[in-house]
Design a protein around this ligand. Structure first.
Ligand code: NDP
Length: 470
């Protein structure tokens, strides 16, 4: 088989590769469209890591991931049978040269490595030759603050141009996040009201029932604010709040999301989080039961250093200082070990301000609820005429959308292999996202915002946003 492209995964023995990258690639093989076959045709997957692993074991890992997403047939078989594994430490120049020595054709390098290792590898790469046109895919977190992100950007740009750098945020590959584009821009019912004249508040919530799942090494130094709000939820915000791009392409789409994030900062208006004057708050879970699962307190999970006071639930309010959104609070929230978790974007509309007398009952605020998982769309309206023709009551117009055949990482792989960075984060935007959360990070470091506690399986501390909105 002639190899025209190599996908080199550094850190191939890790969790991301097995759980998300390879299944994503498999979903592209199994569920992609005709154009995707060109991306995959002639592709060879080279996994690399310091851990010993035979070619057979690696091929088995690829096959298991592909089987899990029903990727079968000749293309899947060709990918599995041509997959190679090269043992090596990518931070060592000699090892890196030997890893790169097995590459054929054009090259995509996926950095599935812990963030601290990524910067070392980038520096090592400066001393070796990379094939022309090499594409880089880098995971979040990208740096640890705006300064380190800027340094990483500078180092990267010495190796490859910006168009060949994919800063991955797989939330941008979620079909439910992308659905917001159609909902917002193609419906006369929705487009004219998507602004501060009509919207009272926007909430972007991504709660999970999962706890730490053995990832203390990463999570305990990151926490909910950095793991979720600084990255994923700000990207969702950028799509909710952006102006319509002329095209969904790397230039216009990313310019529109960048512009909105540049206008975003922590909330400066009257207090918005119920029960506190702060613009952010944090908590971590204690022991409890989520569904039927007993969960130990976060602080007693293996690998956690309780003195770090890492939060497992974060809320932050930001404002988007544009003509469209000025004055509207955007509440971002994400937590672990939450009972009955929701993952959704909610727009609460302003009251119309007048109810004809003769209609009884109250008009509850209209809400547009975009469910991110499962993919749903609900318009919560107040109607009369259900039974009593003069009585008002809330009714939902709801639909469930078909999920995409591609996983979010399938969408990421499509972009990376086709070198289409539309759904990846531009270098300046990666820095901007750190700038947005910096005041919150600093306030938490100073101890200005107490770390609260909630029992695993609850919806967070009493009086927090979910308690009040639902
Ligand atoms: P892991 O901690 O599992 O590390 C991945 C691999 O990196 C390891 O298997 C190891 O391979 C290699 N590695 C670890 N330390 C070193 C070192 N000192 N020098 C060289 N290689 C090293 O990370 P994940 O797979 O969980 O995550 C990878 C990246 O993806 C991170 O940036 C993470 O934030 C991001 N990410 C992860 C998600 C997940 O769910 N896992 C989700 C979204 C993003 P070996 O020992 O064989 O060299």
């Amino acid at each position: 088989m002639t190899t025209s492209k190599t996908l080199l995964i550094l850190g191939a023995s890790g969790d991301l590769t097995e759980r998300l990258l390879l299944p994503g690639l498999g979903s592209l093989v199994g569920g992609g469209v005709e154009a995707d076959r060109d991306l995959i045709s002639g592709l060879r997957i080279i996994g690399s890591g310091r851990s010993e692993r035979s070619r057979d074991e690696w091929q088995k890992t690829v096959k298991t991931a592909f089987d899990g997403v029903e990727a079968k047939g000749a293309t899947a078989r060709a990918l599995i049978e041509s997959a190679e594994y090269v043992v090596g430490d990518p931070t060592s120049k000699d090892d890196l040269m030997s890893i790169l020595g097995s590459v054929e054709g054009s090259l995509v390098i996926y950095f599935a490595l812990p963030p601290a290792i990524v910067s070392k590898v980038i520096q090592t790469m400066a001393s070796v030759d990379l094939p022309d046109g090499t594409v880089f895919a880098l995971e979040k977190p990208f740096g640890s603050d705006s300064r380190s992100a800027a340094t990483l950007n500078r180092h990267l740009l010495k190796l490859v141009p910006e168009e060949q750098i994919h800063r991955v945020d797989h939330f941008l590959g979620m079909s439910t996040v992308l659905n917001i584009l159609g909902l917002r821009f193609v419906n006369r019912l929705v487009e004219p009201i998507w602004n501060n004249q009509n919207v009272e508040k926007v909430e972007i919530i991504y709660d999970e029932d999962l706890g730490l799942e053995g990832r203390a090494g990463y999570y305990d130094t990151s926490g909910a604010l950095i793991d979720m709000l600084q990255s994923h939820l700000l990207q969702v915000l950028s799509i909710v709040a952006m102006e319509a791009p002329t095209r969904v392409d790397p230039v216009d789409f990313r310019a529109a999301t960048a512009a909105v994030l540049r206008a975003t900062s922590v909330w400066s208006g009257a207090p918005m989080l119920p029960g506190t004057d702060a613009v952010s708050r944090r908590a971590r879970y204690g022991a409890g039961t989520v569904g039927t699962r007993k969960m130990p307190a976060y602080a007693s999970e293996e690998g956690v250093d309780p003195s770090r006071e890492t939060e497992t639930l974060a809320e932050m309010v930001v404002e988007v200082n544009t003509r469209r959104w000025s004055g509207v609070p955007f509440v971002l929230r994400s937590g672990k070990a939450i009972g009955e978790p929701v993952k959704q974007v909610v727009l609460t509309l302003k009251p119309v301000g007048f109810v004809p007398s003769g209609l009884t009952g109250s008009a509850s605020p209209e809400r547009i609820v975009v469910g991110l998982r499962p993919p749903t769309l609900t318009f919560e309206l107040t109607l009369n005429g259900d039974g009593d023709p003069f009585s008002l009551a809330r009714h939902d117009l709801a639909t469930t959308l078909e999920p995409s055949p591609l996983t979010a990482y399938g969408e990421v792989m499509r972009g990376v292999l086709g070198n289409d960075p539309t759904l990846s984060i531009r270098g300046d935007v990666a820095e901007t996202c750190w700038r947005i959360v910096a005041p919150v990070v600093n306030a938490w470091k100073r101890g200005d915002v107490p770390l609260e506690e909630y029992p695993a399986g609850s919806q967070g501390p009493h009086g927090w946003s979910r308690d009040v909105t639902e």
